[in-house]
Design a protein around this ligand. Structure first.
Ligand SMILES: Nc1nc2c(ncn2[C@@H]2O[C@H](COP(=O)(O)OP(=O)(O)OP(=O)(O)O)[C@@H](O)[C@H]2O)c(=O)[nH]1
Ligand SMILES: [Mg+2]
Length: 217
């Protein structure tokens, strides 16, 4: 169920950054906030943390106004990764239009990545979202650290899923806009197919994507 007001020519898109504790979801949003152009970008809300660990969620809102007069608001959320915050994760995941799964590339974290991905599958089913149809991007974060699994290994294990994979370092700033741009494009295409954003409302794909993913000069 997307927030779509045909009369008011308004759409709210929800993206959720999911993944195990400390994989770098909040850092993804901080880096996105730093790298994206401030025109059309709202304030980043980092809510309720204990020792810098998310206990509720973070939110970065972005805005687009098409020349044809259609407005799109993008809300980018993170979930708390710690196992005990499962109820909150479920609540944040409700009505998501797209998900980025942020995995931790460190060798010792593969068990946590798999467990968190299984938790995502379970919670998607609970909130009534079909993982086969939901736009989903997998990010392997912390590529700057020395003890990480190789990119070949990542592709051998996760590539089989057919999901889009991005290598990133939220701390150094690499792959973060790429991850975000990939999920935004996938979500746009899926909503355009359902709602006719281009045909019925004159929203141009390229103009929307250029505007909403524009980086600081
Ligand atoms: N070296 C390195 N550290 C990172 C990277 N991304 C995040 N970190 C660090 O990992 C720690 C956790 O990052 P957060 O962004 O708070 O992780 P989170 O996924 O939001 O964690 P929860 O809110 O508990 O689920 C922090 O100390 C970050 O600075 C990265 O790309 N490389
Ligand atoms: Mg966090």
């Amino acid at each position: 169920m997307i927030e779509f007001d045909e009369q008011a020519k308004k759409l709210v898109i929800k993206l959720v950054y999911y993944g195990p504790a400390l994989s770098g979801k909040t850092t993804n949003l901080l880096t996105l906030h730093d790298q994206l152009c401030n025109e059309g970008r709202g304030d980043l809300m980092v809510l309720d943390t204990v020792d810098d660990r998310t206990i509720f969620f973070d939110l970065l809102p972005l805005f687009y106004h098409s020349p044809s007069g259609f407005r799109i608001k993008l809300k980018v959320f993170t979930v708390p990764g710690q196992v005990r915050h499962d109820a909150t994760r479920k609540a944040v995941l409700q009505r998501a239009d797209g998900v980025v799964f942020v995995a931790d590339s460190q060798k010792g974290e593969m068990g946590n990545n798999a467990e968190s991905f299984a938790n995502l599958e379970k919670n998607l089913a609970i909130v009534g979202l079909d993982i086969e149809r939901l736009p989903l991007v997998i990010q392997f974060n912390k590529r700057d650290l020395p003890d990480v699994i190789s990119e070949t290994e990542v592709r051998n294990t996760w590539g089989k899923t057919g999901l889009h994979l991005v290598m990133a370092s939220a701390l150094k700033g690499s792959g973060i806009v790429e991850t975000y741009s990939s999920i935004v494009a996938m979500v746009f295409d899926s909503l355009d197919a359902r709602l006719g954003l281009n045909e019925r409302f004159g929203v141009e794909r390229a103009d929307f994507l250029n505007s909403i993913t524009k980086v600081m000069a």
